[in-house]
Design a binder for this molecule. Structure first.
Ligand SMILES: NC(=O)c1ccc[n+]([C@@H]2O[C@H](COP(=O)([O-])OP(=O)(O)OC[C@H]3O[C@@H](n4cnc5c(N)ncnc54)[C@H](O)[C@@H]3O)[C@@H](O)[C@H]2O)c1
Length: 283
């Protein structure tokens, strides 16, 4: 979508980090923006900090894990701004890693937010975008954790792999309809993702805090350090904006050699396994 000024964006996880940066970037180019988030106080503060863009910026409380909540938030957007054109399914939570240390409740929470939340956004807004026919673009936030298994066996990686796959499939199906899809795969970004437990609903039980001396605890400490030294979310938002305008499927925010090497290693292992089968079969 080249012409974005005057169009409307709906952004989840908009009270913090990447979602907030996306919202501010959209507002700055003259879009109407509905910020959606589960954390009410942070959402109110985020909307207030964008008061210069009133009345084009609003907020709505929304739990992306609950399809009815996403439907209500969508209705609030239509009432406030009319048709929605850009949907950023961005809300996400981190939930630890390890072979046998992740509780089933944590798996459910991470999958419900990171995967089902994206699905609920697509299911809610796609019929609306198709019906209004004014064009649209869907941005799904995955992660580099959706491209390689650097985090090991983890609910987070599993959810993000699924978001990459869903986005690739959706892009193929929506291209003939003129609706774009972008999957955002950031490396480390300076946000509050490492404090995700702050808004973990009670139904998923208490947040698991790994023993700092354990392998999982050391990994969390290292990742938090890398996150704090990460990219500014505003840079990520600028890359997403360019991808919407150019209708690009992938946004890799960190094209550096280390990230590339991990991908090459994965793809090489997959191709080598296929070649081995082929040679066994004499192909
Ligand atoms: N920060 C990074 O290094 C990094 C890297 C790769 C991918 N990501 C992804 O970026 C996205 C945004 O995360 P962030 O880094 O800005 O973290 P963040 O914690 O700063 O922001 C996430 C926002 O999502 C909201 N949220 C959590 N659960 C929700 C729910 N059920 N419904 C609605 N909103 C909910 C939080 O309240 C918060 O405002 C996530 O999908 C995350 O997985 C982040």
């Amino acid at each position: 979508m080249q012409e974005l000024a005057g169009k409307t964006a709906f952004v989840t996880g908009a009270a913090s980090g990447i979602g907030f940066a996306l919202s501010r970037t959209f507002a700055e180019i003259g879009m109407k923006v509905m910020l959606a988030d589960i954390e009410t106080d942070a959402l109110t503060a985020a909307v207030e900090s964008l008061r210069d863009f009133r009345p084009n910026v609003r907020g709505v409380q929304c739990d992306v894990a609950d399809p009815a909540s996403v439907e209500r938030a969508a209705k609030a957007s239509y009432e406030a701004f009319g048709n929605v054109h850009v949907v950023c399914n961005n809300a996400g939570v981190g939930g630890g890693s390890g072979i046998d240390t992740i509780s089933l409740d944590t798996w459910r929470w991470v999958i419900d937010v990171n995967l089902m939340g994206v699905l609920h956004g697509i299911g809610t807004f796609l019929p609306h975008i198709r019906a209004h026919g004014e064009g649209g673009h869907i941005v799904n936030t995955a992660s580099m954790a959706g491209m390689n298994s650097g985090l090991g066996f983890s609910a987070y990686s599993a959810s993000k792999f699924a978001v990459v796959n869903m986005s690739e499939g959706l892009a193929k199906q929506l291209a003939p309809l003129g609706i774009g899809v972008t999957v955002l795969c950031p490396g480390f970004v300076r946000t509050r993702i490492w404090e995700s437990g702050r808004n973990r609903p009670e139904r998923y039980g208490p947040t698991q805090i790994p023993d700092p001396a354990s392998a999982a605890g050391k990994l969390v400490a290292r990742l938090t350090e890398l996150g704090q030294a990460g990219l500014d979310p505003t840079d990520v938002a600028a890359q997403v904006l360019a991808a919407i305008r150019e209708n690009e499927l992938y946004v890799f925010t960190h094209p550096g050699a280390d990230w590339r090497a991990e991908l090459e290693e994965r793809f090489a292992a997959i191709l080598a396994a296929m070649d081995k089968t082929a040679s066994r079969q004499g192909l």
